[in-house]
Write a protein that binds this ligand. Structure first.
Ligand SMILES: Nc1ncnc2c1ncn2[C@@H]1O[C@H](COP(=O)(O)OP(=O)(O)OP(=O)(O)O)[C@@H](O)[C@H]1O
Length: 267
């Protein structure tokens, strides 16, 4: 039952979603039963201690990892259905570009795989948008790590996905470029009405980019705080600093032994 409005992202619902890797004494419970809904067209940042299960949640939303229990639905559809429509895009930290293809070739391929018309002007415009104008013909090996990440982001956004899943996509990008991408890219996906999830270790990035910040406890991931980011929040305002302090406090609380003791704030 996909959303009929053109291009608009679906709501994402995780219902009693859980994941345990392995069995017996060696089993690792990565995600305890989790109930979370991400609103259509919103960008939600997921933050939490290293190894708490953030990527696992993202991979289950992407349909790359089967849940041990519970479900993920996107406006009622399974992740695989959106994958099939080319409506779901992901960028991971390790920016896996095809090494034998140019930047232009990699970005254009995303359109082909999504069964969309390959418009080279749109491809080059997206490459310019992530600051890679002039590198259209470069192969990934000729780019820095940060440039490869930017090319991977261009590859994601060129298809105008309805769902965008970003796992530390700016990890290898320097501060200046990151600041530029942080101001430039949200406008792109907001205009497209994309529903986006962003896993990040940066509280500043989470608050700067997201409409909502969900803070997880240490493994298995459970929600310890769920905070709304006011529109047009200035990070250096008193309100911005207070919100970042709240996220940071929830993160330290998330490291505590009793993850269930957290609070569930704004929705
Ligand atoms: N394929 C797998 N097989 C076995 N264990 C796994 C697998 N993937 C993840 N895990 C385990 O699940 C737990 C959660 O991992 P996950 O990558 O989701 O955490 P994360 O919060 O994204 O971590 P980080 O912030 O460090 O990237 C970890 O203990 C990890 O070792």
């Amino acid at each position: 039952m996909a959303d009929q409005r053109a291009g608009r992202g679906p709501a994402i619902t995780c219902a009693a979603l859980a994941k345990t890797f392995g069995t017996g004494p060696a089993a690792v419970e990565a995600v305890a039963p989790l109930d979370l809904t991400f609103a259509a067209g919103e960008l939600t940042a997921l933050v939490g201690p290293s190894g708490c299960g953030k990527s696992t949640v993202l991979r289950m939303v992407a349909g790359l990892e089967a849940p041990s229990a519970g479900t993920v639905t996107l406006d009622g559809a399974a992740p695989a259905d959106l994958q099939g429509e080319g409506a779901l895009a992901m960028a991971f930290q390790d920016a896996s570009l095809l090494p034998w293809r140019s930047v232009r070739g990699n970005v254009a391929l995303a359109l082909k795989l999504a069964r969309k018309p390959v418009d080279l002007a749109a491809v080059d415009a997206m490459i310019a948008r992530v600051g890679l104008a002039g590198f259209e013909n470069a192969r990934p090996a000729e780019l820095s790590g940060g440039m490869r990440q930017r090319a991977a982001i261009a590859r994601c956004l060129v298809t105008q996905p309805r769902v965008l899943l970003l796992d530390e996509p700016f990890g290898a990008v320097d501060e200046l470029t990151r600041a530029r991408l942080n101001t430039d890219l949200p406008a792109l996906w907001q205009a497209q009405g994309t529903t986006a999830l962003l896993v990040t270790h940066s509280v500043r990035e989470a608050v700067a980019l997201a409409d909502r910040v969900v803070v997880f406890s240490s493994r298995p991931a459970q929600v310890v705080a769920d905070l709304r980011v006011p529109d047009l929040l200035a990070l250096d305002s008193a309100e911005g600093r207070t919100l970042m302090a709240e996220v940071t406090a929830a993160l330290s609380q998330g490291w505590a032994d009793d993850p269930g003791s957290g609070r569930h704030a704004a929705q």
